[in-house]
Write a protein that binds this ligand. Structure first.
Ligand code: ADP
Length: 179
């Protein structure tokens, strides 16, 4: 399993799964969520509305993940996860770790071999990018070392796709410094 850190737009990535930093409503938002909905087309919003009507009437909880098709994206699937919102007092790193862990689990369930993550919660939700990077790398490693999860996963590639040069540099430095 390889970890790559890239500067770019996650909606262009030719991977099996891209992860969306969604909000609980699943009905679209700004930032990476808006970009993913624009690139995937209106079918994605329809699929999200379908989830709200069926299994998620109250929305997607913080730290949880759910998959839809990718529609017009190069990626085959989108895994939507809701990061903790620091401005709403959600400061527990375990919630953020859960976003990464549950997304990896969902991708594994789909049979995905590659997945791309944005810097979940590092935008509108106000988390420090360095902390997001540290939690992310830790969560990927613990996914891999957990029995029955990582060992049985077809995932070979985990990308972190960062939208700004600054965030890319922060992720690279955190990766170098991580155990
Ligand atoms: P959150 O609400 O979880 O903080 P945001 O979408 O506001 O989510 O921001 C998360 C991160 O995604 C930020 O670092 C933001 O710059 C980045 N981002 C925005 N658009 C894109 C994109 N097209 N590809 C990758 N990352 C993006």
């Amino acid at each position: 399993m390889r970890i790559d850190i890239l500067h770019g737009d996650i909606t262009t990535r030719p991977v099996d799964v891209i992860v969306n930093a969604a909000n609980s409503s699943l009905l679209g938002g700004g930032g990476v969520d808006g970009a993913i909905h624009r690139a995937a087309g209106p079918e994605l919003l329809e699929a999200c509305r379908g989830l709200r009507r069926s299994e998620l009437p109250g929305g997607l909880p913080v730290g949880a993940a759910v998959a839809t098709a990718g529609f017009r994206l190069p990626a085959r699937w989108v895994v939507h996860t809701v990061g903790p919102n620091r401005h709403a007092g959600q400061t527990d790193p375990a919630l953020l770790a859960s976003c990464f862990g549950k997304s990896l689990k969902a991708a594994t369930g789909l049979g995905a071999r590659s997945i791309a993550f944005p810097a979940i919660s590092a935008g509108i939700y106000g988390w420090d990018a360095r902390q997001v990077a540290e939690v992310a790398f830790d969560a990927v490693r613990s996914f891999w070392s957990s029995p029955g999860a990582g060992s049985g996963s077809p995932l070979e590639l985990v990308e972190f796709v960062l939208f700004s040069e600054d965030t890319t540099a922060v992720f690279r430095a955190a990766f170098e410094a991580s155990p």
